[in-house]
Ligand binder design. Structure first.
Ligand SMILES: Nc1ncnc2c1ncn2[C@@H]1O[C@H](COP(=O)(O)OP(=O)(O)OP(=O)(O)O)[C@@H](O)[C@H]1O
Ligand SMILES: [Mg+2]
Length: 583
């Protein structure tokens, strides 16, 4: 039976004005008007049989008309005392039957309602049936992604088209404590249940440690405490050797661009690094690679060899014009500051995971291991575990955080790019606290600049290579605009700041802009979900994840009532000194 078989008593009102994607109704009955609510769904009779247009109430206006005028004109005042209008945004078409399927909803508007078309409410039983019809179109429960239930109808599960969600990039935004990390955990749990899932989460605060299960694996970027221990990639400790840095990144780290010798220094850097890579490849007998590698190829080399060579050039004397005399070499004395910087970085304990990794890391095979762990789907992992990889960055110094995150993202992208199309296994990158490493900086320089470029590239071209981004941030206004504008799916939790709300508003289609007025009044864990992946722009109550992230809000008052704990501060100070959490 057709879902929208309304009787005339149920009419809300009639259409008086039609625009491309919105209509205005006149509602004569004040009681009906009172019951109407913004953001509720309505059905409008279409000019085609078996179709209804679905709309969302956008604005309700009650307006009285000057009665005196009307009476003088001898019209019936009872009906004309009000001119109540309701603005409705059209969001799609509902077909009683489309080919072989019954009750199908599409986001298209092939027709618009005619003037005087009747409008009916979708509520109660009908709402539930309508929501179910929508849910089941997006697939059955096992195949689809579900973040939670609709606020409009708590009985109906809201399903998202998971393919579109990751293909066309997504953003999860919301003020602090609005529920982003929980939403992310919920998302990860569902990803991890798929037999060959493949996703990487950048966890900046070590919040996601409690997430567990066969589909989830944890990694940590090595901190100062992991040096000289048995920390290996097999134990989940990741080093990030200098030879994985691009030439640009090395320059940003080691060359001061305002130094008058900067051009000499960068030239020497490039030459010595290429030579050092060459020696490494020769020693390993890698003849294939030897003929084709570039300075940016991920080939290990000896940093000591580079330092020795640079020092030699800095003090080099060459034969002078006259026999028996000597003069200073081309680079004599011009590299001293560069050497100081390089030595400084090598001895900086905070950077040891880059500049001083254990010997096993500086081996060709190590990169294969790393790529296998990070980029294999769950089924391709040796232990058949861990399609979802959570990388803990909590011990990475904040000044080089953008460099490390950006470089790992670009490593993922490069490997996908160099994988043959038919063999590519899609991977999603979930970027928590994205404003920290992909900031909205119009004129980026140095380390943040290269991170931005890597992510912009992924946002623009990732779809073709099977790399999906999920950008998670408290401050959409502080996240790189180019990247946000490439995201086609929005999960917007409560946002109280007007600037942040505007960013989201601008990214939504025009006729849905009004929807964003809900942003500041959403409950914790409630989200507006809009975009390619969701059939209806909807308000969803996100279900709790099974394992909650460690982001729990601290109850000040209750804690202040409790007994003191011993030694905690001394331990904190020690951890601070060691730059690593003391157990
Ligand atoms: N779906 C939910 N249902 C019920 N409560 C929730 C939900 N999501 C979050 N909360 C509550 O809100 C708290 C904060 O959530 P969460 O850590 O996800 O916020 P956040 O947006 O990630 O904040 P921050 O930006 O500071 O990281 C949780 O500890 C939990 O108590
Ligand atoms: Mg969080």
């Amino acid at each position: 039976m057709a879902l929208f078989n309304y009787t005339d008593e149920e009419i809300l009102g009639k259409v008086v004005a039609v625009d491309t994607a919105s209509v205005i109704l006149i509602v004569n009955n004040v009681d009906v008007l009172r019951k109407m609510q913004v953001n509720r769904l309505v059905a409008l009779r279409s000019s085609r049989a078996g179709q209804h247009l679905i709309g969302m109430i956008n604005k309700i206006i009650r307006k009285s008309i000057d009665i005196v005028d009307e009476i003088e004109n001898n019209e019936t005042p009872a009906l004309m005392t009000e001119n109540n209008s309701v603005k409705i945004t059209l969001i799609g078409t509902f077909f009683d039957r489309l080919l072989v399927n019954e009750n199908v909803f599409r986001r298209t508007l092939e027709t618009v309602p005619e003037i005087d078309a009747c409008c009916f409410p979708i509520e109660g039983e009908r709402l539930t049936t309508f929501m179910r019809a929508i849910s089941f179109q997006s697939g059955t429960e096992v195949q689809s992604l579900s973040l939670g239930n609709y606020t409009l109808d708590e009985e109906a599960t809201a399903y998202l088209d998971a393919n579109k969600f990751f293909q066309k990039h997504a953003v999860i935004v919301g003020s602090t404590g609005s529920g982003k990390s929980w939403t992310t955990a919920r998302l990860l749990e569902q990803i991890s249940e798929l037999p060959n899932s493949n996703a990487i989460l950048f966890d900046l605060h070590g919040e996601y440690t409690p997430l567990s299960g066969d589909g989830i694996k944890h990694f940590k970027i090595a901190g100062p405490n992991d040096l000289g221990t048995a920390a290996t990639i097999e134990n989940g400790i990741l080093f990030f050797p200098y030879w994985l840095l691009s030439y640009e990144d090395m320059m940003s780290m080691l060359v001061d661009r305002s130094d008058q010798n900067a051009p000499n220094q960068s030239m020497v850097l490039s030459r010595t690094v290429i030579d050092a890579k060459k020696s490494f490849l020769e020693a390993k007998g890698e003849t294939d690679i030897l003929t084709n590698f570039t300075i940016d190829s991920p080939v290990p080399y000896s940093l000591d060899a580079v330092l020795t060579e640079v020092k030699r050039l800095d003090s080099e004397m060459v034969p002078g014009a006259r026999a028996g005399t000597e003069k200073q070499g081309d680079f004599h004395g011009k590299l001293s500051r560069f050497i100081a910087r390089l030595e400084n970085k090598i001895s900086d304990k905070r950077l040891a995971f880059i500049m001083n990794p254990p010997t096993e890391v500086n081996d060709m095979e190590w990169l294969n291991k790393l790529v296998n762990l990070l980029l294999s789907g769950r089924d391709n992992q040796d232990d058949k575990k861990g399609g979802v990889k959570i990388i803990d960055f909590s011990e990475v110094p904040s000044d080089i955080l953008p460099l490390v995150v950006g470089r790992i993202a670009s490593l993922v992208f490069s490997v996908q790019q160099w994988t043959e199309k038919k063999d590519r296994h899609p991977v999603a990158l979930l970027c928590d606290e994205a404003h920290l490493y992909i900031p909205n900086d119009g004129n980026p320089s140095g380390l943040t600049g290269s991170s931005q470029r890597y992510f912009e590239r992924i946002a623009k071209e990732g779809r073709k290579y099977g790399v999906g981004l999920v950008v998670i941030s408290q401050r959409p206004s502080e996240v790189n605009k180019t990247i946000l504008s490439q995201c086609n799916n929005f999960v917007a939790l409560r946002l109280s700041n007007a600037e942040d709300q505007n960013v989201i508003k601008r990214l939504l289609p025009d006729n849905l802009g009004g929807f964003t007025e809900l942003l500041p009044v959403l409950d914790t864990g409630e989200a507006l979900v809009v975009g390619d992946s969701s059939l209806l722009p909807s308000r969803i109550r996100i279900a709790e994840p099974n394992n909650k992230p460690n982001s729990g809000t601290i109850d000040f008052w209750d804690e202040w009532k409790n007994c003191p704990k011993d030694n905690v501060l001394a331990k904190a100070v020690k951890s601070w000194r060691m730059q690593s959490t003391v157990e």
